[in-house]
Design a protein around this ligand. Structure first.
Ligand SMILES: C[S@@+](CC[C@H](N)C(=O)[O-])C[C@H]1O[C@@H](n2cnc3c(N)ncnc32)[C@H](O)[C@@H]1O
Ligand code: SF4
Length: 366
């Protein structure tokens, strides 16, 4: 049963130097035409059963699309799949796009959660990350959403950008603690290969903080946000009680979800499906009445267990104790028991990539 629907909106007004999400700034396709294709794509899954609890408009920059277009789109979508029992409906927005009036309009559409791509609450940080908005834009955006009645507000922060110090993090914290934020995603800056930062990093022209400083920064977020009442429930995610992101929890706990749009991923009946990242291929396939899927992976046997380790160990829920024997003994010091489960300690979360590699190569058959 599919409980989550992800919709990828690939439009951006500029491309950030660190971002490898599929998005483009040229008008290859109109917003309206793209929304029509999404509906057509959804019709290709009519054999699936849905009981939608979460809907997520992610990107790219979903807040670039006019709210009147979303109104028609959501009306048409509700004719294809039942959206009356949604518990969480999120839109990602860039800080410079929406203000109170637009937030009121999207709240009228049933959207009850906003994820704002703040990235940094310091002008230095925004400059280092090549962002085109100001700290004031972010503050105004968050306050406007709250005033418009959307109280479930999440903020994305990127840390460990070039020359960032712990003092900068304290400044971030000082600004955010006065804002009506219920959820925070604090991402470690990753210089992905196909991005400008990735290229500069591989040419040693981009200097990032060393691993000791990164560890201190990570622990800064964990400890400071804890003292503000946020629970650390996934490696990069923190929430006030009851405000964990239900949609993303379905990914981590291995529930079924459907992703629509260029580059979107789905997980249905133990099969992982990846849509093409090419917008013309996407459009042509959907117009021909074919699923725009380019990658199909059936998960069974040890692959399912491996997948569970890779996703659930990122969370406070961890893995059922019955799988603990697959963890090499020398790694057990990084784990703790939680009822009938075993999970990583904070110290273990810091080393998650190394730990998963060791488990994969030494304990799980290939
Ligand atoms: C799909 S992006 C959309 C956010 C929105 N368009 C914005 O930029 O405000 C989701 C989030 O991924 C994070 N992100 C993107 N690239 C990243 C990278 N290379 N390293 C760490 N976090 C990254 C950013 O925090 C971003 O807000
Ligand atoms: S970070 Fe956001 S605005 Fe920047 S390119 Fe990625 S999706 Fe677009």
């Amino acid at each position: 049963m599919i409980e989550g629907l992800y919709i990828h909106i690939p439009f951006c007004s500029y491309k950030c130097p660190y971002c490898d999400f599929m998005s483009f700034t040229s008008p290859f396709i109109s917003h309206q035409e793209y929304l029509q294709l999404l509906l057509k794509e959804l019709k290709l899954y009519k054999e699936e059963s849905f009981s939608l609890k979460t809907l997520y408009l992610g990107g790219g920059t979903p807040s670039l699309i006019d709210t009147s277009l979303y109104k028609t789109f959501l009306k048409d979508l509700s004719l294809l799949v039942d959206t009356t029992r949604l518990e969480e409906f999120t839109i990602e927005c860039n800080p410079e796009t929406y203000r109170e009036e637009e937030f009121k309009q999207i709240a009228d559409l049933g959207i009850n959660r906003v994820s704002v791509g703040v990235q940094s609450f310091t002008e230095r940080g925004l400059k280092a990350l090549g962002r085109k908005h100001t700290v004031k834009d972010s503050i105004d955006c968050i306050n406007s959403a709250f005033k418009a009645g959307i109280e479930n507000i999440s903020v994305d922060i990127i840390y460990a950008y070039p020359n960032q110090t712990l003092k900068d993090l304290k400044e971030e914290l000082k600004v955010l603690m006065d804002l009506p934020i219920k959820h925070l995603s604090c991402y470690l800056l990753t210089p992905y290969e196909d991005t400008l930062f990735g290229k500069l990093f591989s040419e040693e022209k981009l200097k990032l903080p060393n691993s000791d400083l990164i560890a201190d920064m990570y622990l800064f977020w964990v400890n400071e946000l804890k003292s503000l009442g946020f629970e650390h429930y996934e490696i990069s995610n923190f929430a006030l009680p009851g405000y964990e992101c239900k949609h993303n929890i379905s990914y981590w706990l291995g529930r079924e979800f459907l992703g629509l749009g260029v580059s979107a991923w789905s997980y249905v009946k133990n099969v992982r499906l990846g849509n093409t990242k090419n917008i013309s291929k996407y459009s042509q396939a959907v117009k021909r009445g074919e699923k725009p899927v380019e990658c199909i992976e059936l998960l069974e046997g040890y692959d399912l267990i491996k997948d569970m380790f890779f996703t659930r160990l990122r969370t406070k829920w961890g893995i059922p104790k019955e799988y603990a024997h697959l963890i090499p003994e020398e790694l057990l010091e990084f784990f703790e028991s939680a009822e009938d489960r075993i999970r990583l300690k904070e110290r273990g979360m810091l080393l998650i990539n190394e730990i998963l590699l060791r488990i994969n190569y030494h304990a799980l058959p290939h």
